[in-house]
Design a protein around this ligand. Structure first.
Ligand code: HEC
Ligand code: HEC
Ligand code: HEC
Ligand code: HEC
Ligand code: HEC
Ligand code: HEC
Ligand code: HEC
Length: 377
């Protein structure tokens, strides 16, 4: 799914006033929406759909303008918690629960009262922090910006052993033992099931399975254990027009790195499966128009939506569609638990441990078979 042909709906977060087509002037400062981040009244943030990034008519702009202030978590969250069309849909570690979390939910944003920009330091409005999905980056944020490289008590034999692990394991891996702790996150999004009437199939405290006429079959879950992969600071990315695997799974943003890459560390991820329309003949993903006249959400016609969307995206559409399986990697950085909930020795070094050591490239449990520096490539 992409922004082209869906401008007016998407640009309430992909910001800019009046961004409705590809002639939007990114350099014109007057097109920047300042208030979305600087409003303190809480009335400004909820923009209508299909309003091309303009605020709702009901907002008292005078009142908002008189009460500007530094961004709160909710200012940033008005976009970041709701990407993908709902609370915590995409990331799994970023939901409205961060507006007022308790310390189990997120240690820094509760007890320490951190704002987002406390970690995502900002210079001249360049907000630091690498994204998992987009190549744009205005600097990195790491735990080491504030913590020691070896943060655990070196005088204790057990705790100093944790420090030895930090060369191979990211801090987040041990300190985010669970994610989506309060709000369910989408784990499966099957667009091929769309067009049927809305229906709740299963609803429990931990899981929801539902049919949505617009979006298809969705499975949302909470209190999940992360998946673990080697990550060296970069992801590969599927770009518009890249080939897809018609019969297997296409990774949209595989992390770079592996067991022999000294820069890489074992890092926690949410893995999300998608079933998305592809162009059978051209062998790439379709960019459908979703909103407005001729969009999928209006007519529930994939062919029309593909026809229009592909034109806007500048890609050839063969007229043949097949649904294919895709997988997204969402790196987890938030919802850090208090230290006493961190993963400890037996959470990993145990036959039922959270890690599949062989899948990560070890011969077996490395406490027995040895760490990666004992392996030969
Ligand atoms: C509620 C706010 C919001 C809306 C509405 C929104 N987005 Fe986003 N989108 C985001 C944010 C925030 C990001 C940056 C990464 C993140 O935090 O997920 C993003 C990132 C993306 C990305 C990069 C890859 C990814 O999946 O993160 C794509 C593609 C995208 N959006 C497409 C769209 C399209 C197409 C629409 C309209 C149908 C849309 N977005 C509407 C908030 C939104
Ligand atoms: C994406 C969110 C975002 C947008 C959009 C945004 N700002 Fe900011 N702004 C910030 C953050 C974050 C800070 C730094 C706050 C801090 O360091 O605690 C900041 C700081 C400022 C400051 C300095 C305040 C101080 O006391 O140091 C001014 C002035 C400001 N912004 C004006 C603007 C104007 C004018 C616009 C529109 C052209 C704008 N901002 C758009 C997020 C944003
Ligand atoms: C109006 C919606 C909106 C608001 C408000 C907003 N963001 Fe974003 N943010 C986005 C979108 C959309 C992207 C993805 C940009 C892209 O990939 O081109 C993004 C990207 C990011 C990234 C990833 C790095 C990057 O450059 O892609 C970080 C980190 C981030 N935002 C932090 C913040 C913080 C901190 C605040 C509050 C001070 C904030 N954002 C407020 C919409 C928003
Ligand atoms: C305790 C520190 C901390 C706080 C507080 C924090 N973040 Fe982050 N965030 C991180 C780290 C670390 C990363 C990884 C950035 C990198 O690799 O450069 C990250 C990544 C991100 C990304 C990129 C996500 C992705 O995988 O694409 C976004 C967007 C983001 N944060 C938004 C926010 C928002 C919004 C808030 C406030 C509600 C917030 N962060 C609060 C530490 C923090
Ligand atoms: C902007 C600074 C900052 C960043 C970035 C940051 N922290 Fe912290 N963190 C703190 C402060 C301050 C404390 C409280 C004092 C302390 O315990 O060191 C703290 C405490 C902690 C604690 C102790 C919790 C407890 O129960 O005592 C853990 C664990 C932790 N941080 C992990 C992380 C991880 C993992 C990251 C990276 C994702 C991170 N921090 C990023 C500032 C930061
Ligand atoms: C292999 C797992 C593991 C890794 C990797 C790890 N930690 Fe920890 N960390 C723990 C455990 C377990 C504790 C709780 C120790 C205890 O019982 O006092 C802890 C405690 C902490 C504390 C609280 C320390 C104190 O003395 O109160 C901080 C802060 C912290 N870790 C930060 C980090 C940072 C930053 C990184 C990355 C450089 C990191 N940790 C990497 C498992 C890990
Ligand atoms: C998050 C999972 C995790 C936790 C928690 C964890 N380990 Fe490990 N451990 C690993 C991994 C992965 C390696 C391999 C590291 C490498 O390749 O250098 C390892 C390596 C080891 C090794 C072999 C070191 C070597 O280089 O030969 C020993 C011994 C060990 N761990 C003991 C412990 C003890 C004791 C604790 C608790 C204090 C602990 N581990 C906590 C995952 C974990």
């Amino acid at each position: 799914m992409s922004i082209e042909s869906n401008w007016c709906s998407c640009t309430k977060c992909h910001t800019g006033y009046g961004w409705k087509d590809d002639e939007f002037d990114f350099k014109n400062m007057e097109n920047i929406d300042c208030l979305i981040c600087h409003d303190t009244t809480g009335t400004y943030g909820k923009k209508k759909k299909n309003n091309c990034g303009f605020p709702n008519d009901s907002v008292n702009l005078m009142k908002v303008a008189q009460q500007v202030g530094l961004p709160t978590r909710s200012n940033c969250g008005s976009c970041h918690w709701y990407g993908g069309g709902g609370d915590n849909v995409k990331h799994g570690d970023m939901s409205s629960a961060l507006a007022d979390p308790d310390r189990v939910q997120d240690f820094h944003m509760d007890g320490l009262g951190f704002t987002c920009q406390e970690c995502h330091t900002t210079r001249k409005h360049r907000i630091a922090g690498r994204s998992t999905t987009s190549a744009v980056s205005e600097g990195t944020v790491t735990c080491l910006d504030c913590h020691e490289k070896t943060p655990h008590d070196p005088s204790s034999q057990l705790l100093s052993s944790l420090n030895d692990h930090c060369d191979a394991i990211a801090c987040q891996t041990c300190h985010i033992p669970k994610y989506a702790k309060a709000v369910k996150t989408v784990m499966l999004w099957d667009w091929s099931q769309s067009g049927q009437e809305d229906k709740m199939l299963i609803e429990t405290e931990k899981m929801v399975k539902q049919l949505s006429k617009k979006k298809g079959l969705l499975i949302k879950e909470k209190a999940l254990k992360p998946s673990y992969e080697w990550y060296n600071g970069q992801h590969r990315r599927y770009l518009k027009g890249d080939p897809v695997d018609m019969d297997g799974v296409t990774d949209m943003n595989l992390p770079n790195g592996g067991i022999y890459d000294p820069q890489a560390r074992i890092t926690p991820y949410k893995l999300m499966t998608g079933i998305e329309p592809a162009d059978l003949k051209n062998g790439y993903l379709i960019v459908p128009q979703l909103f407005g006249e001729g969009g999928y959400f209006m007519d529930f016609d994939w062919y029309q939506a593909a026809e229009n969307g592909m034109k806007a995206a500048g890609l050839d559409f063969s007229g043949r569609i097949r649904f294919v399986e895709t997988r997204m990697h969402w790196r987890l950085n938030h919802e850090i638990a208090p230290a006493n909930e961190a993963l400890s020795c037996l959470d990993c070094h145990h036959p039922d441990g959270v890690m599949d050591f062989k899948a990560l490239g070890y011969e077996g449990d490395p406490a027995v078979t040895g760490g990666r520096d004992t392996l030969e490539p």
